[in-house]
Design a protein around this ligand. Sequence first.
Ligand code: PEP
Ligand code: MN
Length: 338
Amino acid sequence: MIIIMKPDASTEAINNVVSIVREQGLDTHLSHGHEVTIIGVVGDKTVLADKNLEIAEGVDRIVSVTESYKLANKKFHPEPTVVKVGNTAIGGDNLVIMSGPCAVESAEQVLETAIAIKKAGARILRGGAYKPRTSPYSFQGMEEDGLRLMKEAKDATGLPVVCEVTSQSAVEAAVKYVDMLQIGARNMQNFFLLKEVGKTGLPVLLKRGLSATIDEWLNAAEYILAEGNPNVVLCERGIRTFETATRNTLDLSAVPVIRAKSHLPIIVDPSHATGVRDYVEPLAMAGVAAGADGLMIETHPCPEKALSDGPQSLTFSQFEELCDKLRPLASLMGKTLA
Ligand code: PEP
Ligand code: MN
C-alpha cells in the first residue's frame, strides 16, 4: 500500500507516519515529489489495521496496491485449484453441472430429479433445505428433514450433494448429510458463517453477493481459506443492476476476471441470474464459452408446482436438451461433459 501525504504535510507529520509503520516491522520507501510526499509500505499491512493511519496528521489518502486477499490470489498460487466434491472434480478438465430443485419439497421430488439429472449429464445434486427468502411468509425450507432427503437421493444415485447453509445450526446439521456447503448470495458477507464453513473442511460453493464487487467476493473466499479450508468454488449468479427484464444481470466478465485474479474454480448459475426459464439455455452456453468450470441449473419435475423459483426451473426434458447442446461446446472449450 502507499500513503499519500497532503501537500502541506510537515516533516514532523511525515516522520510520525513513517515511525508508526516501522514500529510494526514494515519497511517504508519515501518519495518526495514536487508537491506531495508518498510513503510506500512493504510487508503485511494487516498489522496496521488498528493504527487509523488514514486519519493521522498530514495523511491525504491510502491506496492499496496489492489485493488484501492473499490465499485466494493467483499471485500466491499460480496453479488452478481443483476441488473434489465426492468423486467429482471441479476446476479440472470436466465441465461439472450441478442441478436440482431450488428447494427440497419431498422424497419423491428429490429422488426423481436426481435420477433424471444424472441421466442427462449432471454430476452433483443441488437442493435447498434452508431457504433464505425475501419474504418471511414464503416457504422457508424443510431444514434437517430436507438434508436427510438429499442424503437419501445421494445414496440411491451416487451423486454428491450440495445444500445451502444459512446459520451455524444449519452448518452443524448439514455436515452430517452433504458433500458440499453452499453460501448463498445473501450471506456472502456473513463473515461469521464464512468462518464456520471454513472450519468444517468441506468443499464450499460461494455465491457472489447481489451487489458484491469481485474484490469483496474474493475477500469472502479468503475468510474460508484462512480457516485452513482450501476447497472453495466461486459461483457467479448475477448481480443487481438497473435492468428489470431479468431477475439479475449475469456478469459474465467475472469469469475471465476471476481467472486472472484467482486460482479458485468458478461456475455460472444462469437460473438465478435470469429468473426466466427461456433465458437459462443461452446464458448457460455463454457461461461455458466464457470459460466456466461448471454450471448450476435449477430443475423440477413440475416447475409450475414448485414451492420456490418455478419460473426459472427447467423440466427434465429441457435440461436434457441443454446438456446435449452443451456437450460439443464443452469439448470446443477443452472440457468434457459427462
Ligand atoms: C439458490 O441457489 O437456491 C439460491 C438461493 O441462490 P442465490 O443465493 O444465488 O440467490
Ligand atoms: Mn433458487
